[in-house]
Write a protein that binds this ligand. Structure first.
Ligand code: B12
Ligand code: SF4
Length: 447
């Protein structure tokens, strides 16, 4: 069948990111023998003319729209992305009678609501490779499900069967202009239960590692054939408790691959040997999901580590000369004035790192945070969660919290509040040819 895949992501913050989800689904669809064309709305500079031309040229029988972000999860400078996805779907609809299938992380978080807001014909929840291929096999036999059907609960792919993305040279060239960051997924799934997190619902609770050799093949292709100079491992959590990350790093080291890389880490379970191996393979910067800044709020977020773990892991990387960025969300469950002040003091004492501070936590369905917010009467069961709504602990006043965080962090160059305050500078540095996420320039160790 002729399939047109469209990435409808329009976000450029903190930098434009290569549409990995669409490329992985495209690889599976093309592997199943279909004729796939990918169109990236962002790369085409949000041009509806270019979109229209692509639809006319491809004459697709099915169109898959990949929807990455609902919003920017930033209470203090809200950006919403769904309306323009609806315009994309409308544009396709005007040009073509093809069935429109929606997928992607933003779709999967609120499938029913997204289907009606965007106006697709069908939706696929979760990973798209197997279910989209099955859908195409059915419709190629004329077996269309009723319009409005949302497919879900397909068998998750075993890790070894997760495909390499179909990295498009033209698309990559576009994204490499912004910091030369190329994304690679080494595994799917997270077994933990952090209170706000939708990742386990998106990728499943079981860790499914890809074959490390295939992961390193991807890195070599990106570096040697496409000129990527920085790899971001997009795993929900890189340093999984089962140690799959070590196998990837050992394979990398055994094959002599060393390229600057970064990933999302949890501040637990990392040894000095791990750090040594990470450095050998090129680790440039650690993005640490510390999330809360003292023990009471860490417990409130159901984190399995303590503030002591945050400090110890931070020191481990600092000693090895690796910069870390910590992300914190103030105002979550169990936050009070006292915990906020304690958290600020803890952050002040954190050595050698950059810190990004969010206020409030975006409430997503199917999370414990949503249940808590319901119990505390902060949301109602009929509330439309597509409209961003943020959890703020009833024990702190919003204005007090915002002023306190602003006053505390304004004098500190390495603490960024609100968290997008440096996005424009980052984009300028990328234009000047700097690579990676670059916040390490803020970390006191690198001054
Ligand atoms: C890594 C990551 C980042 C990295 C990206 C680094 C890079 N260079 O790629 C960084 C830190 C930069 C980042 C930034 C942001 N992120 Co982010 N990120 C992620 C994360 C952990 C993984 C994304 C990824 O690449 N996954 C791997 C790919 C293969 O998976 P996928 O895209 O979901 O695709 C699969 C399915 O969705 C499906 N699928 C995809 N497309 C389609 C299409 C069809 C037709 C079908 C059938 C199926 C299908 O199949 C794919 C393969 O199985 C996710 C959480 C998660 N675990 O999903 C959040 C996530 C995508 N991010 C999110 C957000 C909000 C953001 C930011 C807006 C935050 C901010 N304020 O800066 C920015 C936006 C960036 C941008 N420019 O778009 C949200 C989006 C949902 C929402 N709440 O709106 C997520 C889901 C986290 C969350 N729960 O809140 N992010
Ligand atoms: S926040 Fe990170 S560690 Fe916690 S459940 Fe989500 S992906 Fe897993």
């Amino acid at each position: 069948m002729k399939v047109l895949m469209i990435s409808a992501n329009t976000s450029r913050t903190p930098y434009p990111v290569y549409p990995l989800g669409m490329s992985m689904v495209a690889a599976a669809v093309s592997g199943a023998g279909h004729d796939v064309t990918c169109f990236d709305f962002l790369q085409s500079n949000l041009s509806f003319d270019a979109l229209r031309d692509a639809v006319r040229k491809v004459e697709p029988e099915v169109v898959g729209i990949s929807i990455r972000n609902i919003d920017n999860v930033n209470l203090l400078n809200e950006q919403r992305y769904v309306e323009i996805v609806r315009d994309v779907a409308d544009c396709v609809r005007r040009e073509s009678r093809a069935g429109i299938v929606l997928g992607g992380s933003a779709f999967s978080i609120m499938p029913e609501r997204m289907l009606s807001a965007v106006g697709g014909d069908y939706g696929i929840v979760g990973e798209g490779e197997a279910l989209f291929v099955r859908f195409l096999a059915d419709v190629s036999q004329g077996r269309y499900p009723p319009r409005g059907t949302i497919l879900r609960d397909g068998d998750l792919l075993p890790g070894e069967a997760i495909p390499s993305a179909q990295y498009s040279p033209e698309m990559l060239a576009h994204y490499l202009q912004s910091g030369s960051v190329a994304p690679v997924q080494t595994k799917r799934g997270c077994p933990l239960n952090c209170v706000y997190c939708s990742y386990p619902a998106l990728e499943g609770r079981e860790i499914r590692p890809r074959n490390p050799a295939c992961v390193i093949d991807d890195i070599e292709t990106l570096v040697n054939e496409h000129g990527a100079r920085f790899i971001f491992f997009t795993d929900s959590l890189f340093n999984d408790g089962g140690g799959a990350f070590r196998k990837v790093l050992r394979e990398m080291a055994d094959r002599g691959v060393s390229v600057p890389w970064s990933a999302f880490f949890s501040p637990a379970g990392i040894t000095p040997d791990d750090v040594e191996l990470m450095k050998r393979t090129g680790l440039r910067a650690v993005e640490m999901g510390s999330d809360a800044a003292c023990d009471a709020t860490l417990r409130g977020q159901r984190k399995l580590f303590t503030w002591h773990d945050v400090e110890t892991t931070n020191d481990l990387f600092a000693k090895a000369g690796v910069s870390t960025a910590h992300y914190f969300m103030f105002g979550g469950p169990e936050e009070t004035r006292a915990t906020a002040l304690e958290g600020i003091e803890n952050i002040r004492n954190l050595k050698c790192s950059a810190v990004f501070v969010f206020m409030g936590i975006r409430i997503l369905p199917d999370t414990e945070l949503y249940e808590i917010a319901l119990r505390e009467n902060l949301v109602t069961a009929s509330q439309d969660l597509l409209v961003p709504y943020y959890y703020l602990s009833p024990a702190v006043d919003r204005n007090w919290l915002e002023k306190t965080l602003t006053d505390a962090f304004r004098p500190l160059r390495h603490v960024v509040f609100p968290p997008d305050a440096l996005d424009d500078k980052l984009q300028l540095l990328h234009k000047l040819g700097y690579t990676g996420s670059l916040w390490e320039l803020l970390a006191p160790s690198s001054k």
